[in-house]
Design a protein around this ligand. Structure first.
Ligand code: PMT
Length: 417
């Protein structure tokens, strides 16, 4: 008989106020069948959909609901509630609870427990399709994912409000599977691999106060570094100037110019893979001025002579013995995406090019989502629009498959070239 990874685990289930709350009764039963102990916090809105009595009967424990219940504060404070759990499961995760988590609001027991915890959190969103699609909800969802919350669902389907779309809470068995995954030994398929990732823009100084730059925020490159680290790789992240946080447990190298970035990449080699997500400036000024350039007499602006920067990707792509086994470039295009990205694949000696359309209306530069196509020598794989974290996770899965000799094309929409 196989022992469930849930056996002996303590789960704190936070039940939000939505019609899907009724599924939590089945969820409790399934978790307990697998040997988990379940304690529940029922929000006030949640108790409109399921009664404390039924939750208590299934958990065989007291149901917690009031932040200001003094007896509980004496016997079981909100901090203790979360400390006594191995995992917090929020289901249904309503738009309101997700917004509270994203902004750190704590005005009832459930949101206070969520803010006070350092225990992993799994959330099963459930809401009307329009609420799910609303930019505010999407912003909040991206934020809580960045804060480390794992999501299961929502699913597409018909809803209690007679609409159809994304927003149905995951079924109890899907939530159980996600909880089992959360308790499984971390999958670290890239353990032992060295991966160098570049990210962000480069700044090319004109004088002490001015520089040439671009709109890269570093979100995509940092997400790749984070995903590779989570997959067990030894990651060096070489970043141009950005204002986002460093991913945990990577070796950070901060650079300013394209020339600095080239030197840092060369120092970081040898590596198994290089991922060039940085938006490297193509040009730098020929002569950087030591003093601030003054306005010219007569209002005629100074002209600035530019020269081409070294192409880091092409340098490493053609580096012979020092070339990593896998060299991945990105291509930022505003027109003829596949044609231009294909030309970069060939000329820069890359194995794959991740092509994204960076036309301003798409909001890829600086935004949280991306739509990419991955070009190989003989095919193009199209990925759906998704968060930059999801693009990164997908790319890392493919890097893992590459090193394990698996062809990932079968599961994707592949356009033969
Ligand atoms: O940082 P974000 O706001 O999250 O935005 C993400 C992104 C749009 C910057 C990212 O997804 C992306 O497309 N990065 C590559 C940007 C770019 O410089 O593209 P390119 O088409 O100009 O260059 C092609 C490839 O050559 C890139 O891998 C680039 O890193 C590399 N290159 C370019 C010039 C140069 N001198 N040296 C290089 O190595």
């Amino acid at each position: 008989m196989t022992v469930s990874p849930l056996s002996g685990k303590r789960i704190l289930l936070l039940i939000g106020g939505g019609i899907a709350a009724y599924k939590c009764l089945d969820l409790i039963r399934r978790l307990r069948e697998r040997g988990a102990a379940v304690r529940a916090v029922l929000t006030r809105a949640g108790s409109e959909f399921v009664t404390p009595l039924s939750v208590s009967a299934l958990t065989e424990d007291k149901v917690y609901s009031d932040l200001f219940d003094l007896t509980d504060e004496a016997e079981m404070g909100h901090i203790q509630l979360s400390r006594d759990a191995d995992l917090l499961v929020l289901a249904p995760a309503t738009a309101d609870l997700i917004a509270k988590m994203a902004t750190g609001r704590a005005d009832d027991l459930a949101s206070t427990v969520l803010l006070a915890t350092d225990t992993p959190v799994l959330a099963a969103p459930a809401m009307n399709v329009r609420m799910w699609q609303h930019p505010a909800t999407q912003r909040n969802v991206n934020q809580i994912e960045r804060d480390g919350v794992t999501l299961v669902g929502p699913n597409e389907g018909s809803m209690a409000c007679n609409e159809y779309g994304m927003g149905r809470m995951a079924e109890p068995m899907e939530i159980v599977a996600a909880i089992e995954t959360a308790f499984s030994v971390p999958h670290r398929p890239l353990a032992g691999r060295r991966i160098v990732v570049t990210s962000g823009p480069t700044h090319e100084p004109i004088d002490p106060v001015r520089y040439i730059a671009n709109r890269s925020s570093g979100k995509q490159g940092h997400a790749v570094a984070r995903a590779a680290q989570m997959a067990g790789a030894d990651v060096t992240l070489i970043s141009g100037p950005v204002s986002i946080e460093d991913p945990p447990d990577v070796t950070m190298v901060r650079v300013e110019t394209a020339q600095d970035m080239l030197a840092a990449v060369e120092t970081a080699l040898p590596a198994d893979a290089l991922v060039m997500a940085a938006a490297v400036a193509d040009w730098r000024v020929v002569e950087r001025q030591e003093d601030k350039i003054k306005k010219a007499d007569g209002g005629v602006p100074h002209s600035i002579a530019l020269t081409e920067n070294p192409d880091i990707l092409a340098t490493v792509g053609h580096a012979g013995a020092r070339r990593p086994r896998l060299v991945i470039g990105f291509a930022a295009e505003t027109q003829n995406l596949l044609e231009n990205a294909g030309a970069k694949l060939r000329s820069k000696g890359a194995d794959w090019i991740v092509a994204n359309d960076v036309s301003p209306e798409g909001g890829v530069f600086g935004g949280d989502r991306n739509t990419v196509r991955i070009l190989h020598a003989n095919r193009v794989d199209s990925l759906p629009t998704q968060s930059k974290d999801a693009v990164a996770a997908h790319l890392v899965e493919r890097i893992d498959a590459f090193f394990n000799g698996i062809d990932t094309a079968a599961s994707l929409e592949s356009d033969p070239k």
